[in-house]
Structures are given as structure tokens and as C-alpha cells.
Design a protein around this ligand. Sequence first.
Ligand SMILES: *Cc1c(COP(=O)(O)O)cnc(C)c1O
Length: 357
Amino acid sequence: MIRPPDYVLGIQPYVPGKPLEELERELGITNSIKLASNENPVGPSPAAMQVLQCSFANIHRYPDGGGYYLKQALAKKLSVGEDELILGNGSNELLDIAVRTFMKAGDEAVMATPSFVVYAMAVQAVGGRPVQVPLKNFMHDLSAMADAITPATKIVFIANPNNPTGTINRMDEFEQLMERVSDDVLVIVDEAYFEYVSDPDYANSLKYLRSDKNVLVLRTFSKIYGLAGIRIGYGIGRAELLTDMNRLREPFNTNSIAQKAALAALGDTKHVRHSRDVNKAGKKYLYKELQALGLPYIPTHANFIYIPVEDAAALNEGLLKRGVIIRPMGPKAIRITIGLPEENKRCIEALKEVLNA
Ligand SMILES: *Cc1c(COP(=O)(O)O)cnc(C)c1O
């Protein structure tokens, strides 16, 4: 019987959650709310929805493999060249392409733990070794991560803000890390929640775009832009770096519908601002209520809150029965996506009931 190599057998497949409808049927509930995957609860921009309605006319044609119009708009917005941009079927795909481009079996990649689980999976998929550095005060410990770099290191992953803790790394510590990274290492800065961050000290990773360092910045339309379901994200990096990644990119990796919706969403700055405001108000409400419940939380720079708890599995089960879907993070923490006001209220009410039960 054919078997995959050992390094593939070492990867735990991603276990998808059940469809909402199925979960409701099994639990005998209705009207459940999903606060588990950090999507924008407001939904997509109305401008993107509008474009989607009339984007089906040409689906018998292959998409524009270069993503011409979307890259043009991104280049203008970010003041970078179109050749400094790469589009992906979600930023997840770009992580994968970067790993396959720059790593081979036996190489190492430094990352934080807990952080986005996809980094380790992508590295293992090429027979690489994930070197996982524990968070310090729920933040990436950038100096310990620099210490973990060896001659075998090819990539350093930084999620900024970090998922699941919502913490950020600031400019000074990021600069100190960059000083210690040599020019044969790629630093991937995953900024999936970039648009939510308002802290003035937030590390500006694009500062290194044209330096002698190798930086790939990843952003996405899945979070504040509300387009998680149609899968599109982008990377910003030096042109030569992206030329190498384009060697492994499928010619038509992003679909035509996603390209059009993303272009419209990008232009709808009002919707982005509104989404940020809804998140800010929801965060304030949840902080106040969590505090009243005696639940310590980690202050977040994104659209989700990490809460250390005694028994994450029991809490999760109790919430599920009440139709509130959140994400347990190991045995001792949960992560709650900040929702709409009524969703946040229901979440708090359910938490109260479960904690008092
Ligand atoms: C949600 C998320 C992404 C986005 O993935 P897409 O493939 O763009 O949907 C990337 N990184 C982190 C840390 C995330 O939380």
C-alpha cells in the first residue's frame, strides 16, 4: 500500500468544524452564533456584494492570472510596485508557497507557540523542522526567537497581531530582531489583522521592503474585508523574492470572483472604518463584562479575545449547548471573536450561565 513519507504522517490534519446547520440539528438548537473564526461579523462591504452579483457572466473564462486590476489598486494604496505584490488563494496559500520556495527537507523555521498552527504544518509538509519558541507574556518573544536562529534556519514567522492571543510586537523590538537576522533568512510577517491595529508603536514591517533583509508581509481579505469565504489574500515583498515564489505559484491561483470582490472591498474605506468601530465598541463591552465575571483576558489589538480559563473543554461544551460557538485553545484557554452587539450580549449571558452552573 502506498504510504506518505514520515514527515507527512507527522502532520495532524486540520479538523474542520461541522456546518452550523448540522451542529444545530445535533444539539436541537436554533439561532446559534459563530464567534470562532475571527471573521468580520458585519459582513462584506456592500460594494463588494454589488460586484459579486454581476461577476458571474465570465466564469467560463480563466481568471486574470496576474490579478492586474487588484494589484494595481493595492500598489497605489500601499505605495509599492505591482511587482512587489503577489496574490494568493487566501494568505494561507502564500505561506505555503513561501515555505515550498525557500525551504527543503531538514531546514528549520522559527515560530512562536501558541501562534497560527498553519506555519508548523506548512514547514512539516516539506520535511522541514518547526522550531517553536514559547510566547512571553502572551507576546512573541522576539529576542528568544532571534536566539533560536541557527545556520539551518530559512524562515522566521511572526504573526503580528498574534493569533490566538491578539498581542502585537512593537517597532523597537522588531528592529532589534531584524538586526540579528542575516540575509539568507526570510522573515514572514503575517498581518492578517493589520487593519484593526491602532497602536502607534505597531511594528512597520514594510520599512524593510527595499532593505538588504528578506521580508514578506502577508495580509488578507478574509478578516476586516469580510471575504473569508471566497479566499483571497496578498503578499508584499521585494520583486526578486516574489519572482522566486511565482515559480511555484499556480498560474490561476486566485479566482476571478474573488479578485473583483476584493477590488471593490479595498475601495470601500467607509465599510472598513465602520467595521473597526463595531469591533472597538464590542471589545469595550466584552472587557467590561468579562471583568465583571472575574475572567482575566489578554488585551487584544485584533477582533478576538484570548481568555485563560480553568477548563476550556467544559466551558466550550456549555457554550455550545447554548448555541454559542467559540474556539477552545488547548485545555486552558478559549478564544472568542468579537461579534455584533447582540452576539456579544448572548455570548456573555451564556458564559454567565455556564460559569454559574
Ligand atoms: C485568519 C488568519 C489568516 C488568514 O488566512 P486566509 O488564508 O487569508 O483566510 C492568516 N494568518 C492568521 C494569523 C490568521 O489568523
